[in-house]
Design a protein around this ligand. Structure first.
Ligand code: ASP
Ligand code: MG
Length: 408
């Protein structure tokens, strides 16, 4: 009998009607002869609400108690969904992450899954019952409850799918699938039929929040096919897997963007070999996440290091630089706010030279200045002024053949 995993995100189980709709989707799969393990998120904004409750009671509450609290969100959904499935005449049982055998490292708030001992779930599935398992949580070796970090129930779903040797891990959500870019910004964004793990990983890491990056990584390492599907409507969604046909020979499959980027430039009077190590060690110590780094060391220009960060880290970065000025040995620091990062992603780039050149040419024609560049095998990112971001994405989306009209 084919086994599948169905995961429902918070918006797809936000109220009793949506829980009933999720139950209906589960029952349909059971009627198709599948063994079904369901993974759930907390209802709607429950996790945020629990966090603000904790904040009111004790703003400095420890991570252990926060985990105990947050783990309840998913339990509510799991039991309600099991009831809703049972109400439709199909036997269903809910389980906590711990009961389902999800063992994590011994860290509160952001634990990684170490192992899934799925015997109990397998036995339940073999009796014909649907199992509904809380996402986002497990227990460490000593039985302490742990949570996996925000958005972590995607990772639960993939890890459990792997342990169950499921045929596919379906992630039901409130979007139609994975798009070429955010359809809220670009009207002509197109839903993709397929995307590779690597492309999805780049897009997820660039902050297109459809799937948790760790979940994609896990799926890639175990070649577990993933599918992002809409819970609120019919539709096959987007399949994420290893090898895909190049849809219409597109070299670029998606465009991601990020607002609120800041560029900081640190200048030196004389070239100094330790500058990179020193600056980035100091920033890392204060948990400032650095993205693109550009160093300039040439005889005829002032030596400098530029790097980009998110606006939320700006104050801390400046603080680190200023309070360590002497140690870091620089003469002057400068910054530029109001920037954005735009990235083109596609596996086809590996074997197609000139994609970056194409991108720069499109931006030049649109008269958009490029402040920083970074590339990987399947991605080119540029930092540009934020007011130009929409124009840049629109132009790139059209020129790389991604627009919905030109597609089919
Ligand atoms: N409920 C958790 C969160 O809101 C986990 C998840 O939904 O993936 O982050
Ligand atoms: Mg999510």
């Amino acid at each position: 009998m084919e086994r599948i995993v169905m995961k429902f995100g918070g918006t797809s189980v936000a109220n009793p009607e949506r829980i009933a709709r999720a139950a209906q989707l589960v029952v349909e799969e059971v009627n198709r002869g599948k063994q079904v393990a369901v993974i759930v998120s907390a209802m709607g904004k429950t996790t945020d609400e629990l966090l603000s409750l904790a904040q009111e009671v004790n703003p400095t509450a420890g991570r252990r108690e926060l985990d105990m609290l947050l783990a309840t969100g998913e339990q509510v959904t799991a039991s309600l969904l099991a009831m809703a499935i049972t109400a439709k005449g199909v036997e269903a049982r809910s389980y906590t992450g711990w009961q389902a055998g999800v063992t994590t490292e011994s860290v509160h708030g952001n634990a990684r899954i170490e192992q899934v001992q799925a015997d109990r779930i397998v036995s339940a599935l073999e009796t014909g019952a649907v199992t509904v398992i809380t996402g986002f949580q497990g227990a460490d070796a000593s039985g302490e409850l742990t949570t996996l970090g925000r958005g972590g129930s995607d990772t639960s779903a993939v890890a459990i799918a792997i342990a169950l040797d499921a045929a596919v891990c379906d992630i039901y959500t409130d979007v139609e699938g994975v798009f070429t870019t955010d359809p809220r910004l670009i009207e002509k964004a197109r839903k993709l039929e397929e995307i590779s793990y690597d492309e999805m990983l780049e897009i997820a890491n660039l902050g297109a929040g459809v799937l948790h990056p760790r979940a994609v990584e896990f799926a890639k390492n175990h070649l577990m096919p993933l599918r992002v599907r809409p819970a609120h409507m019919d539709g096959q969604g987007t399949v994420i897997k290893e090898e895909i046909d190049l849809e219409n020979n597109l070299v670029v499959r998606g465009i991601a963007f990020e607002r609120d980027v800041v560029r900081i430039t640190v200048m030196y009077d004389v070239p100094y070999n330790g500058s990179l190590a020193n600056i980035f060690t100091a920033l890392a110590k204060h948990h400032v996440n650095v993205d693109i780094i550009v160093q300039t060391i040439r005889e005829d220009v002032q030596p400098s290091v530029s790097f980009s960060i998110k606006k939320e880290d700006f104050a801390e970065a400046i603080n680190v630089l200023e309070s360590n000025k002497e140690e870091l040995g620089y003469s002057r620091a400068d910054f530029e706010v109001g920037l954005a990062k735009v990235s083109i992603v596609g596996s086809g780039m590996v074997s197609n030279p000139g994609v970056a050149a194409n991108m720069f040419d499109i931006l030049r024609q649109a008269v958009i200045p490029v402040k920083m560049v970074s590339t990987s095998e399947i991605k080119v990112s540029v930092v540009i002024p934020e007011p130009e971001m929409e124009k840049a994405v629109t132009a790139l989306h059209e020129q790389f053949g991604l627009d919905v009209t030109g597609a089919k």
